[in-house]
Design a protein around this ligand. Structure first.
Ligand SMILES: NC(=O)c1ccc[n+]([C@@H]2O[C@H](COP(=O)([O-])OP(=O)(O)OC[C@H]3O[C@@H](n4cnc5c(N)ncnc54)[C@H](OP(=O)(O)O)[C@@H]3O)[C@@H](O)[C@H]2O)c1
Length: 286
C-alpha cells in the first residue's frame, strides 16, 4: 500500500525541525504527501523558513497552532525538551489525534504522564490518546533508516498502518514490544557508528600500509555500500555470504582467523551489551 493511500487527506504536524524532523518532512513530501497537509513548528524560525521554501510545507507561529488541526502529531524534539513541548500543546490536541514520538529513551507511560499534566487527553474523563513510540536511526537522513516502533495500549490497527506509512518515509520499519526498545537502541540506533568504526579502521590500515587516504576511502565506502546492499537484498545469512567470499586457504580466511583469534565476536557482544545497559540507565534518568 502506498503511503499516499492511507495518509492522503490527513493533517500531519511535526514538532521539531532538526535532523529527524527535516528527514521526515522531506521523506513524506517525496512519498507524495501533499505539502500543505504538513505543518511544522520549531523554535528556530530559520529552520522552518528553509523547509517552507524548499518543500512548500506550512509553518506555524506557535506549537499550539501547529497541532490544533492535526490528525497526527510527530514529536521530534530532543528527549529533555519533550515534557515542556508536550505541556505546551496538550490541551490543544484533538480527541482523535495520533501521537508519534521519536524521542529516544522516553517510554509511552512518560508521554501519557506529560500529556495528562496540562489536562490533555486521558484525564478528567477525556479519551486516552493513541501513542506510538518510534526508535529511528541516523541513515533516515538519506531515506535508508531503520525504525522500530511500539504501540501504546490505545493505538488501533489503523493507527499502526498510519505509523508504518509515515515510517516508510524514513526507510524500513519493524514492530517490537516496547520492552525491546533498549535493545533496538543498542543494535540499530547506535549500530551505524559500529559500521563507521569498522570503515575507519580499514581506511587506517590501508593508509598505514602505504595507500593514499582518498583511494582507501573510495575502496572502503563502496565495499561497505555494496555489502550493505547484498545484505538488504539477499536471502542468504551472513555466515553463507562470508563463505562465498572466503575460499579455503585464501586471503579472506587469513583475515577471518585473526578476527576469531582476537575475539571479534566477544568484542561486538560486549559493545552491544554496554549500549543496552546505557540505554536502560538513560531511561531511568541516570
Ligand atoms: N538524530 C538521530 O540520529 C536520532 C536517532 C534516534 C532518535 N532520535 C530522536 O529524534 C529526536 C530529534 O532528534 P534530532 O537529531 O532531530 O534533534 P535536533 O536536530 O536537535 O532537532 C530538534 C529540534 O527541535 C527544536 N526545538 C527545541 N525546543 C523546541 C520546542 N519547544 N518546540 C519545537 N521545537 C523545538 C530544536 O531547536 P534548537 O536546535 O534551536 O534547540 C531543533 O531544531 C530526538 O528526540 C532524538 O532522541 C534521533
Amino acid at each position: 500500500m502506498s503511503s499516499k493511500s492511507i495518509l492522503s487527506g490527513l493533517k500531519i504536524s511535526i514538532l521539531g525541525a532538526g535532523n529527524m524532523g527535516q528527514a521526515l518532512t522531506r521523506g513524506l513530501v517525496e512519498k507524495s504527501v501533499y505539502p500543505q497537509n504538513i505543518s511544522i513548528y520549531d523554535i528556530d524560525s530559520k529552520k522552518m523558513a528553509q523547509l517552507k521554501k524548499e518543500l512548500s510545507v506550512k509553518i506555524a507561529k506557535t506549537s499550539r497552532h501547529c497541532v490544533s488541526l492535526a490528525d497526527i502529531v510527530i514529536l521530534a524534539v530532543k528527549p529533555q525538551i519533550l515534557p515542556e513541548a508536550i505541556a505546551e500543546v496538550a490541551s490543544s490536541l484533538g480527541k482523535e489525534t495520533l501521537i508519534l514520538s521519536i524521542a529516544a529513551g522516553v517510554p509511552i507511560s512518560k508521554i501519557e504522564e506529560y500529556l495528562s499534566v496540562r489536562g490533555g487527553a486521558g484525564v478528567g474523563g477525556k479519551k486516552p490518546m493513541a501513542i506510538i513510540r518510534v526508535m529511528p536511526n541516523m541513515p533516515a537522513l538519506v531515506g535508508a533508516g531503520m525504525s522500530a516502533y511500539s504501540l501504546g495500549k490505545h493505538a488501533s490497527a489503523k493507527d499502526r498502518k498510519i505509523a508504518e506509512a509515515i515510517l516508510a518515509a524514513l526507510g524500513e520499519y519493524v514492530q517490537v514490544p516496547e520492552k525491546m526498545i533498549d535493545l533496538v537502541t543498542a543494535i540499530s540506533g547506535s549500530g551505524p557508528a559500529y559500521f563507521f568504526l569498522l570503515t575507519e579502521k580499514m581506511i587506517e590500515a590501508a593508509y598505514e600500509m602505504g595507500m593514499k587516504v582518498d583511494v582507501a576511502k573510495k575502496l572502503v565506502y563502496q565495499t561497505a555500500f555494496g555489502s550493505g546492499k547484498i545484505l538488504a537484498q539477499s536471502d542468504e545469512d551472513p555466515e553463507t555470504l562470508i563463505a562465498r567470499v572466503a575460499s579455503k586457504g585464501g586471503t579472506t580466511e587469513a583475515a577471518l582467523k585473526v578476527f576469531q583469534r582476537k575475539g571479534f565476536g566477544k568484542i561486538i557482544q560486549d559493545a552491544v551489551k554496554a549500549a543496552h545497559r546505557r540505554s536502560i540507565e538513560l531511561r531511568e534518568g541516570k
